[in-house]
Design a protein. Sequence first.
Length: 404
Amino acid sequence: MDARVPAPGLAARAVSASGSVIREALALTARPEVISFAGGLPASDLLDTEGIRAAYDQVLSESPHRVLQYSTTEGDPELRDAIASRLSRQNLHSRPDDLVVTTGAQQALALLTTTLLDPGDVVVVENPTYLAALQCFRYADARVVPAPTDDQGIVIEALADIAARERPRLLYLVPTFQNPTGHTLPAERRRAVARLAAEHGFWIVEDDPYGELRFRGAPVPWIAAHPEAADRTVLLGSLSKVLAPGMRLGWLRAPQELCRSCVLAKQALDLHSSTVDQAAAARYLREHDLDARLVSARAAYRERCETLLGALPHVLPRGSIWSVPDGGMFVWVRLPDGYDAGALLPEAVDRGVAYVPGAPFFAGAADPATLRLSFATHQPSEIERGVKRLAGVFHPDRRPTDRS
């Protein structure tokens, strides 16, 4: 009888990987009976399906052999030109050569993790922060150090202390309509971040998937626009929230040497992002007024956000607090001490409503009383119905252990 040697097991990083709350949240959005405030999805009713279909038809009819073939790793030249032009019009002078097109901004983050981080390198993040970024950094065996935040974002004095003590390699921020809190970092703090990066020599990754969804107030300049940080800031962007997430198109804007390194890393991962999707996106941006469409999208998101904010005082326990965002997709809630949003989620789903518990967004000690609500996906009337269902879960007279 021949003895068989068992196949090797998984790599240590795969064994230690935890499940994705984001993936579980997206699964909840697929259940028609559940009103889900969980997924950070753009509203399907606001997507320009006819315009996008026409863009695909045009590129497939005019140059099918080009758009159905392999392409360059850097990205479609017309798409990079269109993105560079949009950035330049928003006061961040950019050239196509400053950009690498990626398969969603999530891949851009993975490329930066590959090119900038060695095992054990220190990465500073806002606490709480974007969950998938934490997953990226942990896969790279980086040491993630949380920095305190308040209702305006990262606390500069704390960041300065961490930078001096930990000598970080990289600082990761979502400074505009942050995921999960919805907070926006003020201009003076952005200047301070740029100054600290210059003084301590760390990279800044400025993740900005939501910046064009501002429905209140004036835009705040990117950190990448500050001269002190121009040679060490990588700006990440995405077409997912403003065009269509299914196209899976993002980009990174970085100094030339880093762009070249990211191109090499991307060649090893997927060679290039989808040729036909890039061509269709470039055609759409050339022939349609995306800015005009965003005006109506922002108005819709503002109405939905205000509907949610107006309903929360009537369903949350006394002592709860929540963010009031000026754009983006999220409201961050903290319930009073003694509540556990994760433990209450199954009951919420039983009642036909869902949210994302806040605990997984923390790199440091988690706060179980927090949760994230997305207002983007549903019409105001549906938001009102969903919030009424939450009332039975977070009733002011209840505690999590009371299931009556």
